[in-house]
Design a binder for this molecule. Sequence first.
Ligand SMILES: [Zn+2]
Length: 266
Amino acid sequence: MSGLGRGVAVLAVCLLAACGPTESTTVASEPANGTPANETPLGSRQPTKVPPPSPAARASEPVPAPELSVTAPPPAPAFTSTVSAITPELASRMSPSWHPGCPVDLADLRYVTVTHHGFSAGEVAQGELVVHADVADDVASVFRILFEAGYPVRSMRLVDDFGGSDDASMAADNTSAFNCRAITGGTEWSQHAYGRAIDLNPVENPYVLGRSVYPREGRPFADRASGPGVIQPGDAVVQAFETIGWSWGGAWASPVDYQHFSLTGG
Ligand SMILES: [Zn+2]
């Protein structure tokens, strides 16, 4: 006890006189003096990431202050977008979603990539969409707004990766645009067949018709409680699409298509 007490007294002097009152400015890697004989050798300690000692620990043990960090945080990811024509390779990939007889020729479609946030902290990805040429730049501008607002998107791949199946794409919570198909439950061309409609986070924003919810994975979101990715009336997502003149299917009376945005409103 007496040896430890002597060490404490010496250390107290050290802390007050030599080590200084602040922890952020020190670059000391060794105690100045007075290390008790039963102290842990310095070599066995972690030289960095040492949490600040409590006052009691400070009085009994000379813990080297953490070294000044010089590592800058990684730069925040920037939004980028691209708009390009449908290449022969892409046309081949799009065989599930486009075929002769569709209301828009491949030459009038564009392949768009945009940066988007994911649902996990720090997750950022480059998504892809096919849309009509006359809305491609507008669509990219919307996703820039959504990126800067921090809005998360689960997945953004061409519906062709799901065999052209809207049901499979929705079940995977995949955001998509062009698909040469009829309206849900009808025979007219959907606005998706013109590349002028986008379905956004379809699980969090399902299609609701009476008691039916599509995709069924979206049933927990049919009550429209707020949450990540859930689109609400007048929110930043709805406003972003309004900047390019697109309206939201979540405002329809019935069915209510919370995932759907389109130029024509249909
Ligand atoms: Zn839709």
